[in-house]
Design a protein around this ligand. Structure first.
Ligand code: GLU
Ligand code: ZN
Length: 505
């Protein structure tokens, strides 16, 4: 059932490079919004000037645009041509531009008694925490400043103490139904009063994140399991905001499962495997990567794990999100990406490869690129690539004066007898019908037979002589596209090289 009132948000902090865990969160929010024809709010949580950067902010926008995860309200357009996603009724969408709002809310919380100034010094807090631990009591904040009188506060101020602002947690058990995990209960002992404003007046994540969710009327909060411990605090804050007339309702929460990397450890931001840019640079298609990431905690159906984003949107339901940790499996990600490469129409594929046919990837002179040869070979590449960046090595033989010198390939293919085989193959290719790949194949097959070699063994030296590598696209089509007048000299060149060196048996 569609619910157009759904308002979800993606609210990253612009620190460092986007990582796959972040993308998974963005994707699930996006899919939920699109499934319900609701609204995706894109908010930038940049209140930590020491860690946030403009560069990282730009990267977040760029990543979302590349992935095609469009937002409806945000700090900048998703689509610069149409302006879609720029601004909205609850802006600004960068927290660094909302400081007045937070100051105002903090004042209201203080005035209403929902929060209070805490004058404890770090040393005092540490000493009392250690004592509580030693006595086996809960070691969170002990409520020392909860009920200071006006005189006590003045005394502290006169002493020259600064204060933070703490939220007063109600002395009650908090229960909520997590959309992924079911009913969860937190007792007051586990959730002490927490800081919401620093001594220097800077609001903390604990305040700004739920305040914005309230003001932006977010209905569903889908985020990583690592944030679960902040949820009871936020629910309590929400209730205060409702009483203050600042929030309409407590949103529903769904905590997405952890993503595990190598060795059963949580995939960390610092893991090279987790960098979104890495996948982009390797030539993952956005839809291939998103398809894979959607499987980290969700499944499309029992027997189908390759699907398009519209198909995902159609089926996406939080009821199907699994609470168990999900394992990040690079091989599977690649296999799914390969399937998406196959699904492109050939023109789209040809264009998608563009960046890898240019500097800095291309290892040929730009003027030697041959568009018609590329278009001829592209369909063969499309059925074999796992990631688009592999295209460069697969087609460079067409655009280079001479094939690359890959010593390992040479050693592997040019065994004893390679020269004889190449000589025979060259003679037969000379008279073959170059309009037919089958004819070229028959030529190499016949050459192999003369030397007691099966086709596979016979074609290896030919492939290395012509392309420089032992692996590549279908050989005979490759030869045909390269053409007779470029293929035969390469075999000659290999023969010259072979003549000068002893070969291994
Ligand atoms: N900015 C927070 C983060 O990146 C968002 C947390 C949340 O989704 O509530 O961790
Ligand atoms: Zn205190």
């Amino acid at each position: 059932m569609v619910n157009a009132n759904v308002r979800v948000r993606f609210c990253p902090s612009p620190t460092g490079n986007p990582h796959v865990g972040l993308v998974r969160t963005a994707l699930f929010n996006w899919a939920y919004a699109r499934h319900h024809q609701g609204t995706l709010v894109f908010r930038i949580e940049d209140t930590d000037a020491a860690r946030d950067s403009e560069e990282s902010y730009e990267q977040l926008l760029d990543s979302m645009r590349w992935l095609g995860l469009d937002w409806d309200e945000g700090p900048a357009p998703f689509d610069t041509a149409t302006g879609h996603g720029d601004g909205g009724p609850h802006g600004p969408y960068r927290q660094s531009q909302r400081m007045d709002i937070y100051r105002d809310v903090a004042d209201k919380l203080l005035a209403g008694g929902y929060a209070y100034p805490c004058y404890c010094t770090t040393e005092e807090l540490d000493a009392r925490r250690d004592a509580a631990r030693a006595a086996g009591r809960p070691s969170g904040y002990d409520g020392h400043c909860r009920d200071l009188t006006a005189e006590q506060k003045t005394a502290y101020e006169t002493e020259g103490r600064t204060h933070i602002v703490r939220f007063r947690m109600p002395d009650e058990t908090i229960t909520f139904t997590d959309l992924v995990r079911g009913e969860l209960t937190f007792t007051p002992d586990n959730v002490p009063d927490y800081g919401i404003v620093r001594a220097n007046g800077a609001p903390l994540y604990t305040l700004v994140n739920p305040v914005d969710d309230a003001l932006m009327e977010i209905t569903h909060i889908l985020r990583g399991e690592d944030l679960l411990s902040s949820t009871p605090r936020q629910i309590a804050l929400y209730k205060a905001l409702i009483e203050l007339g600042l929030a309409k309702a407590v949103p529903q929460f769904g905590h997405l499962p952890y993503v595990m990397g190598e060795g059963n450890k949580k995939l960390s931001k610092r893991d090279p495997q987790s960098s979104l840019n890495l996948y982009r640079e390797r030539g993952f298609l956005p839809e291939g990567l998103l398809n894979y990431l959607s499987l980290l905690g969700w499944s499309y159906s029992a027997d189908q794990d390759v699907f398009t984003m519209p198909e995902m949107v159609e089926r996406f339901d939080l009821a199907d999100v699994n609470a168990n940790p999900a394992r990040f499996d690079l091989k599977k990600a690649e296999a799914i990406n390969a399937d998406h490469i196959r699904m492109l129409d050939v023109k789209t594929f040809t264009e998608a490869c563009g960046p890898w046919l240019e500097a800095p990837h291309a290892n040929w002179a730009p003027e030697d690129f041959d568009q018609s040869a590329w278009e001829a070979i592209a369909p063969y590449a499309q059925t074999r690539l796992t990631v688009l960046s592999d295209i460069t090595a697969n087609v460079d033989f067409l655009f280079r004066e001479e094939p690359v010198d890959d010593e390992a390939s040479w050693q592997k293919a040019m065994k004893e007898g390679a020269a004889d085989l190449l000589r025979t193959a060259r003679a037969k290719l000379e008279t073959a019908d170059w309009n037919s790949a089958d004819s070229l194949k028959a030529a190499v097959l016949a050459a192999g037979e003369e030397h007691g070699l099966k086709l596979g063994k016979a074609q290896a030296p030919v492939r290395v002589a012509v392309t420089g590598r032992t692996v590549g696209l279908p050989l005979f089509e490759s030869l045909q596209i390269l053409g007779k007048d470029r293929t035969l000299p390469r075999i000659d060149r290999a023969l010259t090289k072979l003549a000068g060196q002893p070969l291994l048996p």
